[in-house]
Design a protein around this ligand. Structure first.
Ligand SMILES: [Zn+2]
Length: 273
């Protein structure tokens, strides 16, 4: 944790950045710190973080904010990119810059040839799989990067086979899929039964330590827009995975949405439209 004085200067820098519009607050240190706190409250509210979690964040603001700032300091924000049913990729035909092909030469197995991930996610998968192997667990990557065009096919097939309502519960429209970011992996059988397998249990207990986060947890369909998918993990990097686990009850959607709203407040204290 950063010493209080360091944080005060952080708060100043933050609020100064926030003051590109007409200065909303008195220019005294105390008032500036209160403005930082207001921004925190505004972001928690805009992200619709449940009261109990929001209260815990506000109580521990001095520990929370340095962690948040460390995450925001990562220049390429792809790890914190919010992609959900309300937030498509931009452009919707987005292609990640550093896709690499997965092979069977590492610690994990691939379900088929031609699977791609962004390089940092592929490296993090390898690191996690090495640790899993030490526990006698072989992780199998079954589905990874999907292009816009491929997702069009996946979604259309799902609609044909299951109807639109059911398709929307478990597959994304093209341009709205975490798989298109090159950061998501579907593991193993891609069925509910995976949760009860040794690999499914191992991931549930350990993925966060390696920067991976379960995207669609059980009981959060209304929030995420997707039914429980015990097999679908997204790489968010270690600091953000820890942040989501520590402050947002392990619910990735809360963590990403909070960060998104916080960043949206950077040029004023108004929430995003
Ligand atoms: Zn998936």
């Amino acid at each position: 944790m950063l010493p209080r004085m360091r944080w005060m200067s952080f708060a100043l820098a933050l609020v100064l950045t926030a003051c590109t519009r007409p200065a909303p607050r008195a220019a005294e240190a105390g008032a500036l710190v209160r403005s930082g706190n207001e921004r925190l409250r505004a972001a928690l509210e805009a992200a619709a973080i449940p009261d109990a979690l929001a209260a815990a964040v506000l109580r521990a603001e001095d520990a929370f904010l340095p962690e948040l700032l460390a995450i925001l300091a990562e220049r390429d924000g792809y790890q914190r990119l919010l992609v959900d049913k309300q937030h498509p990729l931009e452009p919707q035909q987005y292609v990640p810059p550093d896709l690499v092909e997965l092979t069977n030469e590492g610690a994990f197995r691939i379900g088929r040839q031609g699977l791609l991930l962004r390089l940092p996610a592929a490296e993090a998968l390898q690191e996690m799989a090495e640790e899993a192997l030490k526990d006698g667990i072989v992780l199998v990557a079954s589905s990874t990067y999907r292009s816009y065009e491929y997702q069009l096919e996946v979604y259309a097939r799902n609609v044909r086979e299951n109807g639109r309502d059911q398709a929307d519960r478990e597959s994304s429209r093209a341009g709205y899929s975490q798989h298109q970011t090159g950061l998501a992996v579907d593991f193993g059988s891609i069925t509910d039964a995976y949760a009860g397998t040794p690999a499914g249990r191992w991931l549930s207990a350990n993925a966060g330590r390696f920067g991976w986060s379960l995207s669609f947890p059980d009981g959060y369909e209304e929030l995420t827009g997707y039914r429980w998918e015990c097999w679908h993990y997204r790489y968010v990097g270690k600091p953000l995975a820890r942040f989501i686990d520590a402050w947002f009850a392990g619910v990735q959607q809360y963590g990403l949405r909070f960060v998104y709203e916080w960043e949206g407040l950077s040029d004023g204290l108004e929430a995003r439209p």
